[in-house]
Design a protein around this ligand. Sequence first.
Ligand code: HEM
Length: 339
Amino acid sequence: MATIARQLVDAIIGDFPHHKAGTRPVHTVGVGVSGHFKASECARSYSTAEHFQGQQVPVTVRFSNGAGSPVERDGWSDVRGMATRFYLANDAATDLIAMTLREFFVPTVKDFLAFCEAARQTPVARQSPWSKIADMLQLIRPSPDPIPGQAESGAAGSLAYANHHGPARSAVFDAGQIGAPVSYARATYDAVHTFVVTAPDQARRQVRFLWQPVAGVALVDPALPPVNAYLHGELRTRLRSRPVEFLLLMTIGETGDAFDDPTIPWPARRVRVTMGTLTLTKVAADQSANCEKISFNPCRLVPGIALSNDPILAARRDAYEVSREMRGGTQCPFAAGPR
Ligand code: HEM
């Protein structure tokens, strides 16, 4: 019997029929970038974590497309990822993994396996105009046309799952209309889970993290035909003229907010603190070491920031390790934080 971690990875692979052995099963296409992070003046009063003390901390960031396919389909509507590694003193490091969706699809590991099963890709075809009219006469929304070149999709299965599982509705709805960013530098990336930060006075706060692009958010016009590969080139060109900056925002949860459930976004009216600025300066020269082979893990934390009791967050620790082993990723020299 496979471990739960292996079952999770296999379930993801099952959703991407074009998965290629030796690559990430999801967020397969990516680009590694380097730069630094500098905490804001107030950050250290919220967390004793080393990267929040104000010194300049080197970072590697991997931007990615969400799909588990090695084909670069930048123009397709898809979730995008931003995985950041902060390099600390004495060969320590900590990671923060975020995506362009503000909530996750399911609250438990069991639900994740069921969701993956439901979201298997099925063939998609353009609906005939007559069938569209027939649907509209019955007040049924006609199927959206497939993207040119798209033969399969997991959208129908995800929708059917969400119809019967309330917690998945928000993420399935948001993912369905997420679109394609004009640049990896022009999207907001949410770390989704709750973490617990400890202040110098030992005050513990439940928080969520978000990367806000200084350049602002911009999507490609969905009416334009999708372009396959533009995001890596756009980033290289952009970095030649100026650095790419993101603000790290930390939202502080209040009593009654969902601390252990990543499917529930917190109310908008919460205190939000700027924890620092990320400045990316160049596309990493070695894309094998600093992108393809690197292995990020959301549970790789340092004192001053800890996991919440979110079961999805806990499950990701071993799932990412199993995936790293399967694809021959570089073994991480840093001890993973407490569960
Ligand atoms: C049970 C839930 C989840 C499972 C089983 C899972 C599994 C995985 C796996 C196996 C990988 C590839 C890891 C590697 O080979 O290095 C991955 C990558 C990734 N996941 Fe998840 N994931 C889950 C939830 C999430 C959530 C909630 C987020 C939102 C922040 C997320 C964002 C990402 C991103 C951005 C990457 C790409 C990381 C990189 O660039 O290396 N995942 N996920």
